[in-house]
Design a protein around this ligand. Structure first.
Ligand code: FES
Length: 342
């Protein structure tokens, strides 16, 4: 049995198989509904059911409180239709432009960027190229059926390799392997490109890029892409880490301030120790943005990193700095995804 889903206001339609989530069917059909975690934790896929009924699978209560569900709001990543549906959702232009493929890849390079971040460069089969938007991610397909997601850290035009920044989560099966037994020439299978976290190029607003830890990876891809496209919108990168070593490509960011027009870089460290000799900005990275830019009403913000940082930024930027809700774009390492990132 299949159900028909109509998206308003665009009027686009797709079919959803029984037991399939609305989001999975939309991705399959190349319809660009926004999403992030795909597991009911980040809220990026939230929209409204205007007609018909859905049942929600496992999700976080705070992401869809019962009161919101009663008002017809829905997390499409864990909503399965019980009838034909009419839904209201923002559509992301360009999200479905590139085919989602399952591909084998070979580990071409492993390079420790710091004690707990590994750069992994992947080589695709000679006849293959992965087309994607800077900011998107891939999911590794592991032998036990599990998946691990990582954002591409290189812009799509630099397509010799796909590079990823993988943070070691001690005890996590996958990252223990990356930091232990993995070696060059190993084969990894993945699916991608996925995600709707990428630069909205139709806008001319100034851009704030906000990263914590390895949330820098997709932000780096976005900056490289914008530079390649000669996008001249003012761009300010705020990169936060606990210690200075967490800003593992600090020198590259400083170089961008010299080579890219309209680019600023503000490194922020929350827990510097005396031996770090840190004399730069201290505190939480999203608060540094608010100190520098108390009025965000005409900006766009792209944020990637720890869920607490993303939640605080989303809340405070809109409540205290006037950032329009739909100008906040995020890719959160949600708690379940965080586990999945292990
Ligand atoms: S809650 Fe649905 S994509 Fe994150």
């Amino acid at each position: 049995m299949t159900f028909q889903v109509t998206v308003q206001p665009s009027g686009r339609q797709f079919t959803c198989d029984e037991g399939e989530t609305v989001l999975a069917a939309a991705i399959r059909a190349g319809v660009g509904l926004p999403y992030g975690c795909k597991n009911g934790a980040c809220g990026s896929c939230k929209g409204k059911v205007l007609e018909g009924a859905v049942v929600h699978g496992k999700h976080q209560e705070k992401t869809l409180p019962v009161a919101e569900e009663q008002q017809g709001l829905s997390l499409f990543c864990c909503a399965t239709p019980q009838s034909d549906l009419v839904i209201e959702a923002r559509e992301v232009l360009g999200a479905g432009d590139y085919p989602i493929k399952k591909l084998p890849s070979r580990v071409a390079k492993l390079e420790k960027l710091t004690d707990d971040v590994m750069l992994v460069a992947l080589q695709l089969p000679a006849a293959e190229r992965l087309q994607y938007r800077a900011g998107q991610y891939i999911e590794f397909l592991l032998k036990d059926g599990k998946r691990r997601s990582y954002s591409m850290a290189n812009a799509p035009h630099l397509d010799e390799h796909i590079t990823l920044h993988i943070r070691h989560m001690p005890g996590g099966l996958f990252t223990d392997h990356v930091f232990g037994a993995m070696k060059e020439r190993d084969i990894l299978r993945f699916e991608g490109p996925l995600g709707t976290f990428f630069l909205r190029e139709e806008s001319d607003k100034p851009i704030v890029l906000l990263a914590s830890g390895t949330g820098f990876a997709p932000i780096k891809a976005i900056i490289e892409h914008a530079a390649h496209q000669k996008i001249a919108r003012p761009m300010t990168l705020y990169w936060g880490g606990r210690r200075p070593k967490d800003l593992y490509m600090h020198a590259l960011c400083e170089e961008w301030t010299r080579t890219l027009p309209n680019f600023k870089y503000v490194p922020v460290v929350s827990d510097a120790q005396p031996e770090d000799g840190w004399t730069g900005r201290a505190g939480f990275v999203h608060q540094a943005v608010m100190q520098d830019l108390p009025d965000l009403s005409s900006h766009q913000v792209y944020a990637c990193g720890a869920p607490l940082m993303i939640e605080a930024a989303q809340r405070d930027f809109s409540a205290q700095c006037g950032l329009p809700e739909d100008e906040f774009y995020a890719d959160s390492f949600t708690s379940e995804a965080d586990l999945a990132k292990a």
